[in-house]
Design a protein around this ligand. Structure first.
Ligand SMILES: Cc1cc2nc3c(=O)[nH]c(=O)nc-3n(C[C@H](O)[C@H](O)[C@H](O)COP(=O)(O)OP(=O)(O)OC[C@H]3O[C@@H](n4cnc5c(N)ncnc54)[C@H](O)[C@@H]3O)c2cc1C
Length: 476
């Protein structure tokens, strides 16, 4: 197989790059080792499109966060992706933090990000669960939350429609110069792929991908962050994203109201020596709890329905590393794409496109928009009733916690970047995201997947190729 450009990694960054490159008259391929797009770092984070006030001056992070936040404004509309403009409160809880607070305000102002400074009592009137210790607040109304995998899916959908190819379960295992042509040969677990250009957007593994061609990029030092998820019952606990004062360790432990009406509490920040495991720990969750008490009160822990952890692909370089390979023309490596990687993704994609400086023509007729997806949950009761008369599968509720119907699950399976696993369905339409965490609906989702994919139930996967749910059929 021969391609013009191959993007390694279908996280939010790889999908953003594929979306941008899909306007070229070129054969573009995206590879991912996982069984779904956006299954690694993009799947477990705080999901904030930071406004761009936090990264240090002069960094690529500052430049691309600001540009990314700007590009999101148009893209969220163009691609019809859901978001919530919650705004953010960065809270000061002691006079010793005054210097950091003032520096942050100065940076926000210089970067032309609209802001307001509130005293503690005014902020508590808007956010009654802010700690009594909060003295002053930097309010940034433009901060948004998205669902990073939903955004990645929307971009990939457009890219596929424009001719990009996506190969999942395809792990790059080696890269060598093509002896016969002016390009490279990628060895994967399935086949050899010839390509002229390579974009290494492999997240936690981008240092290993670079090493395959003998190039050293900053070593990835995985940094774990752990979270609590609160149920919808606690949806009003906070209405803004609440940040503490940033420290050398990062943005700190936050409270984040999500697009779907949950609240995330976390993450801590601990280096770990594995890229494969992101399990929760008593110690990590203990740090989250301890740090939250500095900025919030009345934390409704009985409403915790889930804990999870994510791994940041951090480096000692501390900034995004996005560079052309110094020895191999046509290869661009991205390393250290930790926070604000979600917020910066569209800016990163633009930056990579400029670095590549491709010789291919742009097809001005390519449609870079996505039609608004049908959203059953947004209909009024009357509209739902009418719709159910014509489509009875929308009247069959599969997930009682999140009120998800069979019709919505079937639609998620048959989308252009459709769900092929239980986790894929959960990511796209939320059965299993509610209070019972799939206890009631998971067997029904397995049935629907088996029927729609036309496979036996034993072949339905939770996530990866080895994650079978039912191991054998019992004859009775
Ligand atoms: C705890 C935490 C909180 C965060 N909060 C925020 C936030 O609020 N806002 C923000 O802007 N950023 C945040 N971030 C950072 C953000 O999540 C990341 O910057 C972003 O998701 C990185 O996306 P990516 O596409 O580079 O990586 P990934 O999503 O990891 O994608 C890389 C892909 O490459 C694939 N891959 C790897 N190796 C191979 C191979 N050999 N062959 C084929 N495919 C391969 C992987 O399977 C993966 O799908 C946070 C991160 C963490 C962990």
């Amino acid at each position: 197989m021969t391609y013009d450009i191959t993007v390694i990694g279908a996280g939010i960054v790889g999908c953003s790059i594929a979306y941008r490159l899909s306007k070229y008259k070129a054969k573009v391929l995206v590879l991912d080792k996982e069984n779904d797009i956006a299954n690694e770092v993009t799947m477990a984070n705080s999901a904030i499109v930071h406004a761009g006030d936090d990264p240090e001056d002069g960094t690529l992070k500052a430049k691309l966060n600001l540009r990314g936040a700007e590009l999101y404004t148009g893209l969220l509309e163009k691609l019809h992706v859901r978001y919530r403009q919650t705004g953010a409160y960065t809270v000061m809880t002691s006079p010793e933090q005054e210097e950091t607070f003032n520096a942050l305000v100065k940076r926000t102002s210089i970067r032309h990000i609209p802001y307001e400074i509130l005293d503690g009592d005014t902020a508590r009137r808007n956010e009654p669960n802010l700690s009594d210790k909060v003295i002053k607040v930097l309010s940034i109304p433009s901060t948004r939350v998205i669902i990073p995998w939903e955004f990645a899916e929307a971009e990939m959908e457009v890219a596929l429609r424009n001719g990009v190819e996506l190969k999942l379960n395809t792990e790059v295992k080696g890269i060598r110069k093509d002896e016969e042509d002016d390009g490279y040969v990628l060895t994967t677990n399935h086949e050899e792929i010839r390509t002229r250009y390579i974009v290494n957007a492999a997240g936690l593994f981008s240092d290993e991908i670079a090493a395959m061609i003998g190039t050293e990029v900053p070593k990835i030092l995985p940094r774990k962050g752990e979270y609590f998820v609160l149920s919808h019952n606690a949806r009003d606990y906070v209405s803004h994203i609440i940040y503490p004062m940033p420290t050398a360790k990062g943005k700190g432990v936050l409270a984040v109201p999500t697009v779907d009406g949950n609240v995330l509490l976390g993450p801590d920040s601990e280096y770990t020596d594995t890229k494969e495991e992101n399990n929760n720990t008593t110690a990590g969750l203990g740090i989250v709890r301890a740090q939250l008490t500095e900025i919030l009160k009345n934390i409704p822990y009985p409403e915790v329905i889930r804990i999870f952890a994510g791994l940041r692909p951090s480096t000692a370089y501390k900034d995004f590393y996005i560079e052309k390979d110094p020895f191999h023309a046509g290869i661009v490596h991205l390393a250290g794409i930790d926070s604000p990687g979600v917020a910066s993704a569209p800016g990163i994609a633009e930056y990579v496109e400029n670095l590549l400086n491709l010789p291919y023509e742009i097809d001005e007729t390519r449609d870079m928009t996505r039609e608004k997806p049908f959203d059953f949950s947004a209909l009024s009761i009357e509209e739902k009733n009418d719709f159910i008369h014509a489509h009875p599968e929308y009247g069959h509720i599969v997930c009682r916690c999140e009120q998800i119907s069979e019709g919505e699950i079937v639609e998620a399976i048959h989308r252009p970047v459709g769900a092929k696993t239980v986790k894929g369905v959960k990511k796209r339409v939320r059965p299993g995201m509610g209070k019972c965490q799939g206890g009631f609906c998971e067997p029904l989702v397995v049935d629907i997947l088996a029927r729609e994919l036309n496979i036996p139930k034993e072949e339905v996967l939770y996530d990866s190729l080895s994650s079978h749910i039912l191991t054998k059929r019992e004859e009775r």
